[in-house]
Design a protein around this ligand. Structure first.
Ligand code: ADQ
Length: 733
């Protein structure tokens, strides 16, 4: 066993099914997302799982036998809970208060002090069980909304414990959360953790604003100071076992199921829906959308079948019984309305299906219709994609499922909009295979990289400590009088050096780097400046050489690409590569870390260049992008210590590069040459340009684009258009 600290996982339910048989008991591991993800963790470290073993009431002898077996065979510790309190805690507070409220159904939530007290009692029983087993150095990972008081209870008893908490359901807007009579206690309960994880950035933000509004606790980059402790709040979107689904698709059992299904449905298209029967899943609304689709598109009659697979859930609760009735009636009504001899529009299955059959259904479905009204993540959407490794199939996904944050290439719909879902169905059923693959491939690639194993490792890695804030530089500003002085100096000079950054300096940023091509006006302007015999124009950029060559190869200027890693002088046709001492291989070492940030930050991307790697986050959600950038820099700082690499944060980009390379060194090639320049202009907008500003001689005009920033440049102008005007003035001289 490796020397990693032991992990104690705590959840309401143990992932083991126990059945009484004649000779004693039988045990089956229950496969679920979290259980699967922790299989790999189990190989690296000792693990113990603590939770409730299921409903039957056992006598003392049974309990001892079950506990012995679970500890020995499953590394699991059962916590037998008193049935009376259990109902108040489970059906009552957990599923009758928290579940509806957190899923934006406040009208379904009830607030009973008795249930709340039972919830606290049961959480305290969990604490007692933990205390029986916990040893110094253990990591504790507590799961989900049943156990929100547990982190603080454990913290009180074990101040030094390392405690992580993960919420599998949404955390609602603070406006909803504040409706809970025991809202402060719940927040305090969660704050006993060192790390609190959510599926999406939105949930983390809601939690942080609840902390601010209800407890007055401020956060900085997802860190909240509670007394003398720091609590980190972060997002870890759970994945699925992609390899497991891919290999299941190859097994004989699944192939057989699939063949039978295809035989039964003939050449009809299959639309599949899979959920637990719950009011949050939007089952009735979805059936109504299908009804609408059939009414609007009679040509699709007989050509499509909706398979609705619904797993029974909370069957003892009256609201769930009423929902079951509503679903049954809707299915009957729609089949009655549209059905024809030989064609039943909806095949409705109300049961749990074994894995092989479920996978075969995923594989056979042309379209997955996943439209929960609210869902923490929704694994069905991801499982469907994983069961189509060739990238075919169409996913229609609700915008209010956590999964929508990552699966943006799906057909995203508002689950309440019958018309829109009906249109999405038509789009899905007629979508070309090439469009299907184009949409699904990037999603599959993300799911493969950030799978369920990675999710668990990422969370556990997050329980490690963090590092210090970034450095700052001197602030400067340029005024109108300065511009006039600059123009005078330019006019009277004999040899001028113009070092011009490109993105963010001469052109504004575009959401995709390839879209920031130079316009005609800029090309003309730069060509004119470069033609002037007194001028040496150098475009000094972080871009790759192909793009620079392509865009600016014809203006007659010298080009510096990749922050100085490649240089092409105006007089040359060839590029020269600048070398450093950095040994090869650093990129493959850092790539997994950078890819992790790509996966965890939807909209971001990785760019590889000769002597650097850059993580761009301009298209990411801004707050999340900034937070991740800071985390990535801290992470990188630890990794690259004592290597010839440096980290730079530019505008919406974090870049790691070989330290001998940089715009400073590149600029020196001209500054240190035999030519004596009596006018030097250096302009740029981000941290990569600071190196250039720093090597400028005293009389140089160094200008940073963007006011009120810290910089080593002497001056600043407001933005790219202001700088363009200045360039025009130079061009007119
Ligand atoms: P759930 O609300 O249970 O999970 P979901 O994420 O969709 O919702 O997971 C359902 C699971 O049950 C899937 O793995 C699916 O394959 C399986 N399943 C559904 N119907 C089935 C059937 N008839 N037969 C067999 N298997 C069936 C909670 C949160 C989610 C969050 C997960 C994980 O509510 O938002 O994604 O936890 O964090």
């Amino acid at each position: 066993m490796a020397k990693e600290p032991r992990l104690i996982v705590v959840s309401n339910r143990l992932p083991v099914e126990i059945e009484r048989t004649q000779g004693g008991f039988t045990y089956h591991p229950a496969a679920g997302g979290v259980a699967t993800s922790l299989q790999s963790v189990r190989k690296q470290r000792e693990m113990l799982w603590l939770g409730w073993p299921g409903t039957p009431v056992w006598d003392d002898k049974d309990r001892r036998s079950i506990e012995r077996h679970l500890v020995k065979e499953y590394d699991s510790v059962p916590l037998f809970l008193p049935p009376s309190d259990f109902d108040l805690y489970y059906e009552g507070f957990s599923n009758g208060t928290i579940w509806p409220l957190f899923h934006y159904f406040p009208q379904n939530a009830h607030y009973e002090a008795r249930e709340w007290n039972a919830y606290k009692e049961i959480n305290a029983l969990f604490r007692d069980k933990i205390l029986e087993f916990a040893q110094p150095g253990d990591l504790l990972w507590i799961h989900d909304y049943h156990l929100m008081m547990l982190p603080a209870l454990v913290r009180e008893a074990l101040p030094e414990a390392k405690i992580g908490f993960f919420l599998h359901i949404p955390f609602p807007s603070s406006e909803l959360f504040r409706m809970l009579p025991w809202r402060e206690e719940i927040l305090q309960g969660l704050l006993g953790s060192d790390l609190i994880g959510f599926h999406s950035h939105g949930y983390a933000r809601h939690f942080l604003s609840s902390l601010l509004r209800l407890l007055g606790l401020e956060q900085e980059f997802g860190r909240v100071i509670v007394g003398d402790r720091a609590v980190r709040v972060d997002t870890f979107p759970i994945g699925v076992d992609v390899n497991g689904f891919e290999s299941a698709m190859q097994t004989e059992a699944v192939r057989k199921e699939l063949a039978e299904l295809q035989e039964e449905t003939q050449d009809r298209k299959i639309v599949l829906t899979v959920d637990r029967l719950d009011f949050t899943k939007g089952i009735v609304e979805r059936l109504e959308s299908f009804d609408h689709f059939l009414a609007e598109n009679p040509d699709w009659h007989r050509r499509v079948t909706l398979i609705s697979l619904t797993v029974p859930s909370r069957t003892g609760v009256p609201e769930y019984q009423a929902l079951k009735k509503e679903v049954d009636e809707a299915v009957g009504r729609i089949n009655g309305r549209h059905g024809k001899p030989g064609w039943v529009p909806i095949w409705y299955m109300y049961r749990f299906l074994p894995f092989d059959r479920l996978v075969a259904l995923y594989g056979a479905a042309d379209v997955a219709l996943v439209t929960p009204l609210r869902d923490g993540m929704n694994l069905v959407a991801k499982e469907y994609l994983a069961a189509h490794p060739d990238g075919t199939g169409v996913l229609i996904l609700s915008e209010t499922a956590g999964a929508a944050e990552e699966l943006g290439e799906a057909l995203i719909v508002n689950p309440h909009d019958t018309e829109q879902i009906s249109e999405a169905l038509l789009h899905a059923l007629t979508m070309s295979e090439s469009e299907q693959v184009a949409r699904n491939s990037p999603m599959l690639a993300r799911l493969r990289r950030y799978d369920v194993v990675r999710w668990a490792e990422d969370f556990l890695g997050g329980l490690e400590p963090e590092i210090a804030p970034a450095k700052q530089q001197v602030q400067v500003r340029l005024d109108k009088a300065g511009i006039n002085l600059l123009l005078q100096a330019y006019r009277s000079a004999k040899q001028r050096l113009l070092l011009l950054d490109y993105d963010g300096t001469m052109v504004p940023f575009a959401s995709r780097p390839k879209e920031a091509a130079p316009d005609e006006e800029l090309i003309t302007l730069l060509t004119r400046l470069a033609e002037d015999k007194k001028n040496t124009v150098v475009i000094i950029s972080g871009r790759d050489r192909e793009t620079l060559q392509d865009w600016l190869g014809g203006i007659g200027a010298s080009l510096v690409a990749e922050h100085g890693a490649q240089i092409r002088r105006a007089a040359d046709t060839k590029w020269s590569v600048q070398t450093t001492e950095a040994a090869d291989g650093w990129k493959s070492e850092l790539r997994p870390l950078l890819e992790l940030y790509v996966d965890r930050t939807p909209g971001s991307m990785l760019e590889e260049k000769t002597a650097s790697m850059a993580w761009h986050y301009r298209r990411a959600e801004p707050e999340l992008g900034d937070l991740r950038a800071k985390q990535l820099m801290e992470n990188l700082e630890g990794v690259i210590a004592n290597t010839p690499l440096v980290i730079m944060q530019g505008s919406k980009v974090v870049e790691v590069k070989e330290s001998g390379i940089g715009k400073g060194r590149a600029a020196r090639r001209w500054l240190d040459s035999d030519t004596i320049y009596d006018f030097i202009l250096a302009t740029g907008d981000d941290v990569t340009d600071e190196e250039m500003f720093e090597v400028m001689p005293d009389g140089a005009w160094s200008i940073r684009i963007g006011v009120d920033r810290r910089s080593a440049a002497k001056y600043s102008v407001r933005g790219t258009s202001a700088f363009r005007r200045l360039l025009h003035s130079l061009g007119d001289r």
